[in-house]
Ligand binder design. Structure first.
Ligand code: HAM
Length: 420
């Protein structure tokens, strides 16, 4: 019989590494909580239309990477390839636009894309996602971008960059698109690239092949063709970012993998990650709500890849979480001592002390090894003979010092020893 393993492109997060995963996840979300964003959960699967209409029919994400299936009732459902469209669906369904705006939301959870797996690119991954919905104000764009930067800074990351551009909006993108199409038509491109140019010409700018890049040197850029209003919007965003002490790199050729972006668009890239360097990305989207049947409101947000951020943390050699482990450990030797150990650990946990004991028949040596591995600074070792004398041994696991303590005082002695 062959053994079962996690599906291709997925992985398990196990202790002690998982402590780092939690620390990264929580550090990335702390700035959002401090800035008035409210936690939200939406299902990991949605009606397929949420993504085909929301993310865009021309994107790789929708055409090639979605986990789409019919459920037993014949509905077409899709495991979310990203979290924004589902949050917007919830915003519309619960008519949140009728309340105070902006509606500021954050969430964290699984996303699924059928991509070719490689370092930093998985089929199941975790995103921290935030969205500020219902208001189009450049100051809000700056807040969103700055909160993303803050999360990375709080982790101690320094070797990352903010790439920033404006993708225009309905007042200027159509004209620019025509210019770009006319330019691309004159180039020597293969059939598939031509087809791509017809569906979304912007995506050709992002083509990494040298023979394509070589022809794009003087391609028209959106930032040079912004309407007065989107130019003013972009200028204001940059002014606020400067005021907030956030540095950026202008990235006029930045092309995101999702179609809903308008105006401010950005990506966070880390220099220590190789090909999959984007640790986060986002931007404003004017048409997403309407595409999902909602009111004509704008929104802005970003998602950060928790798994990739973990890789970035490792690449910079940062120690984000000395695994907290337990503080106190109880080693019972004998049946009576076992009862005492179970009771003591229960009491300690109730008092807020992280405590553990051994289960199964481990013997003194095995039990002491478990105590050392647990990370506890102090242990109580108690055998039935100690119990007959009415004591247990309180041991400092760092120094090996040991003293007898009356059974009735063990709880207080342990609690005091670990500093709780
Ligand atoms: P995205 O750029 O597609 O944007 O994904 C955001 C981040 O998720 C990426 O920068 C990357 O760190 C991580 N990520 C994406 N795909 C994978 C993968 N296959 N394996 C590991 N990590 C991955 C969005 O998803 C938008 N919804 C962001 C947004 C929110 N825009 C506005 N609001």
């Amino acid at each position: 019989m062959s053994g079962l393993s996690a599906p291709k492109g997925t992985f398990d997060v196990l202790p002690p590494e998982s402590a780092r995963f939690l620390a990264v996840r929580d550090t990335l979300t702390a700035p959002l909580r401090r800035a008035g964003y409210g936690y939200v959960e939406t299902p990991v699967f949605e009606e397929t239309a949420v993504f085909s209409r929301g993310v865009g029919e021309s994107t790789d994400v929708v055409t090639k990477e979605m986990y789409t299936f019919a459920d037993r009732g014949g509905r077409s459902l899709t495991l979310r390839p990203e979290l924004t469209a589902g949050l917007m669906r919830a915003f519309i369904e619960h008519r949140l636009h009728t309340g105070p705006l902006p509606v500021k939301l954050w969430t964290v959870g699984s996303a699924f894309r059928y991509e070719r797996p490689q370092a930093g690119r998985y089929r199941h991954f975790t995103q921290v996602d935030m969205e500020a919905l219902g208001v189009d104000d450049p100051a809000l764009d700056a807040e969103v971008v700055a909160l993303g930067v803050q999360g990375f800074r709080d982790l101690g990351l320094t070797d990352f960059e903010l790439l920033l551009t404006s993708l225009g909006d309905a007042t200027c993108r159509p004209q620019y698109r025509e210019l770009l199409v006319a330019y691309l038509e004159k180039l020597d491109l293969d059939e598939e690239t031509r087809r791509r140019a017809e569906i979304n010409p912007l995506r050709v700018l992002d083509d990494k092949r040298p023979e394509v890049q070589a022809q794009l040197g003087d391609a028209p850029l959106m930032v040079d063709h912004l309407s007065d209003s989107t130019r003013a919007h972009y200028d204001a965003v940059r002014q606020h970012l400067t005021d907030l002490g956030v540095a950026w790199t202008e990235a006029p050729r930045l092309v995101r993998g999702l179609d809903y972006y308008t105006k401010t668009t950005f990506e966070f890239v880390h220099n220590g990650l190789g090909a999959q360097s984007a640790i986060g990305g986002g931007g404003r989207y004017d048409g997403l709500s309407a595409a999902l049947g909602g009111p004509d409101v704008s929104g802005i947000g970003y998602a950060v890849g928790v798994d990739r951020t973990l890789l970035a943390v490792a690449a910079e050699g940062l120690d984000v979480a000395a695994s907290p482990g337990v503080q106190a450990f109880v080693v019972p030797l004998g049946t009576e001592a076992k009862r005492l150990a179970v009771r003591l650990v229960g009491q300690l946990r109730e008092a807020g002390v992280a405590a553990d004991t051994v289960y199964g028949d481990r013997g003194l040596k095995g039990a002491m090894k478990a105590a050392d591995r647990s990370g506890a600074t102090h242990a109580v070792v108690v055998g039935d003979r100690d119990l007959a004398d009415g004591v247990g041994q309180l041991k400092d696991l760092r120094t090996g010092d040991q003293r007898a303590v009356p059974v009735g005082d063990l709880f207080e002695a342990l609690r005091t020893a670990v500093g709780n």
